[in-house]
Structures are given as structure tokens and as C-alpha cells.
Design a protein around this ligand. Structure first.
Ligand code: NCD
Length: 308
């Protein structure tokens, strides 16, 4: 029995819960292709409380809610809210809770989604809490891998780039720890995964190697290469950011020893780490990945609202 209610961290979920969401996402994809719009959440209100910028996450959640038949309210910056008048975060959430059947929240501080869940009675979905986690992104990443490869167990997956600040990398590592995978954690020494994530990987006996160079031996071994932008806004200074920028740039030339069926994923938005010349290679799957976000978020909304 899957009990998923608040979706706050991939650390809280087990394999059965991930597989349940993936299965429901696949059903949603199939239904959407036939009907476009479903009525599973008719009469429900989904609130998008986005205190931090977003394109894909907000729009794909809104698309997902509409396709499920729900109505959507919300805001996409604090400029237009009473936060500007000095209202506390808890009071804002308690108020939103009066109107909402599901609350989707993005905010710049770690732990904010958990704080929201503590005061809200509606289910809360974490759409990114600062540098901490982005669990729904990890779920759509898993869905994309499953769809492209037919399995997650048995794969060799490289996570490359700003593993320290990118919340997508933390959530994905936690999520993958439920599967029988081999991970390459590729980053410069000063951008390694935080200790909390590493402790979790060790506790779950995940096979991993931390390496700083993406050489041909590793490239040949990979089924999936997952890259991310260096998270400029999370660096203490511009100088530190400039040191990190351009650490790894994924080009067709770099991948010339890769297996034919390698897939390259990226949560987007991208900067120099993934030049547009990659888009025409057979490896690129990142725009499909963004599209998959709708099906996964439909499934999640349905699961937490107890209709799936
Ligand atoms: C990511 C995020 O917001 O953490 N983007 C997304 O949700 N697709 C990655 C990023 O901003 O680099």
C-alpha cells in the first residue's frame, strides 16, 4: 500500500513508492495521448506557491493539474503577495491551505517545504527548496530513464558537474539509491555531493566512484550521463562561481567513445555545460525529459490527492 502524501525529499520514499509513481505516470501518458484532458481531479484546487524563479517546473505542474481536470491558482514571485507586507511564511502557508487541495511549493531556503507541510493539512509537494532537494525532478528523471532503457536496475549512471549545489543531483542520488545501479559521481573536489547524500548512498550500499575526470574508460561504461548547470546563485562569491564554470562541457567530440545507446539528460535550464550542438546527436533526451515531467506530475498530483 503506497502512503505517499507530502512529497518533501527523495530520502523519505522507498522503491515501491517510486515504482508506483512511474507506473501511474505511464498510465497518464497513455490516457493523455488519447483524451488530452482527464477529470480525475475535477473540483480540486492545486496551488502553485512559487517564491523562486521557475519555467519548467511551474509550467509542467500547471499543465499537469489542468490535464487532470483541476483548477490552478498561485503566484510565481513574492512581489505580488503579502510576504511584501511582512507576513510570516507560516501564515502565508496556513492561508493558502484554506483554499487548496494540493500545495506545490518552491522557495530559496532548504527545509521550507517541510516547514510548509508542518502547518498545512493539504498535501505539500516540494518543487525545489533552495540547494536541498527537488524530488519531483528526480521522479521525472527516473521515468525518463525507465522509458528509454526499460529498466533502472543494472544501469551505470554518471552524475556530472555541480553536485554540491544542484538540488536535482541530491534528489536523484537519493532516488537512485533504491535501485541496483553503479554511479560515477563526477565533479571537481570542491563541488562534490554533500556529506548527507554520501552517507545515504553508503547506508544503502550503492556502488559508486567519486572521480574528477571524465575519461574514455568511464564514458564507454555509461548508460546515462546526467549533467546540470553550475548553480551560480548558490555560490558565496562570483569569483568562486567563475572557478567552477566550464568544469565539464559535454560535446559530441568528448563522447566519441560512448556506447550508441548512451542517453544524455539535463534538468534544464542549460548554460555552457551542454552546448546546442549536442541537440542533434542521438544521445540527447533532455527535451523529452522536460515533456515527461507533465506525466509524472499528473501521477503525483493524483497519488497525493488519493485518486490514483
Ligand atoms: C533545476 C532546478 O530548479 O533546480 N531546474 C528545473 O527544475 N528543471 C535545475 C537548475 O536550475 O539548474
Amino acid at each position: 500500500m503506497v502512503k505517499l502524501y507530502d512529497v518533501l525529499s527523495c530520502k523519505d520514499l522507498d522503491k515501491e513508492e517510486f515504482l508506483h509513481v512511474l507506473k501511474k505516470a505511464s498510465e497518464m501518458e497513455c490516457l493523455v495521448s488519447k483524451k488530452g484532458k482527464l477529470n480525475l481531479l475535477e473540483g480540486k484546487i492545486v496551488t502553485m506557491a512559487f517564491f523562486e524563479p521557475s519555467t519548467r517546473t511551474r509550467l509542467s505542474f500547471e499543465t499537469a493539474a489542468h490535464r487532470m481536470g483541476a483548477d490552478v491558482v498561485g503566484f510565481s514571485s513574492t512581489e505580488s503577495t503579502s510576504v511584501k507586507k511582512g507576513e510570516s511564511f507560516e501564515d502565508t502557508i496556513k492561508t493558502i491551505d484554506q483554499y487548496s487541495d494540493v500545495i506545490v511549493i518552491r522557495r530559496a531556503d532548504a527545509g521550507s517545504a517541510k516547514r510548509a507541510a508542518e502547518v498545512a493539512s493539504a498535501p505539500v509537494i516540494n518543487a525545489g527548496d533552495g540547494p536541498n532537494e527537488h524530488p519531483t525532478q528526480a521522479m521525472l528523471d527516473l521515468y525518463t530513464i525507465m522509458k528509454e532503457k526499460g529498466t533502472i536496475d543494472g544501469l551505470t549512471i554518471g552524475l556530472i558537474g555541480d553536485l554540491k549545489h544542484a538540488r536535482v543531483m541530491h534528489s536523484l542520488a537519493h532516488a537512485l539509491s533504491n535501485f541496483n545501479v553503479k554511479l560515477y559521481l563526477l565533479s571537481p573536489e570542491f563541488l562534490k555531493q554533500p556529506p548527507e547524500v554520501m552517507d545515504h548512498l553508503k547506508a544503502k550500499n550503492v556502488r559508486f566512484e567519486e572521480v574528477s575526470a571524465l575519461n574514455d574508460e568511464i564514458i564507454k561504461d555509461l548508460d546515462v550521463l546526467y549533467t546540470v548547470r553550475v548553480q551560480r546563485e548558490r555560490f558565496p562569491s562570483e569569483e568562486d562561481y567563475l572557478k567552477a564554470r566550464g568544469s565539464y562541457i559535454i560535446t559530441p567530440n568528448l563522447l566519441k567513445k560512448a556506447r550508441n545507446d548512451l542517453i544524455v539528460l539535463h534538468p534544464l535550464p542549460r548554460r555552457e555545460e551542454l552546448p546546442p550542438e549536442m541537440d542533434d546527436t542521438p544521445y540527447a533526451r533532455y527535451f523529452e525529459q522536460a515533456r515527461n515531467g507533465v506525466y509524472v506530475r499528473m501521477a503525483l498530483l493524483g497519488v497525493v490527492a488519493r485518486v490514483l
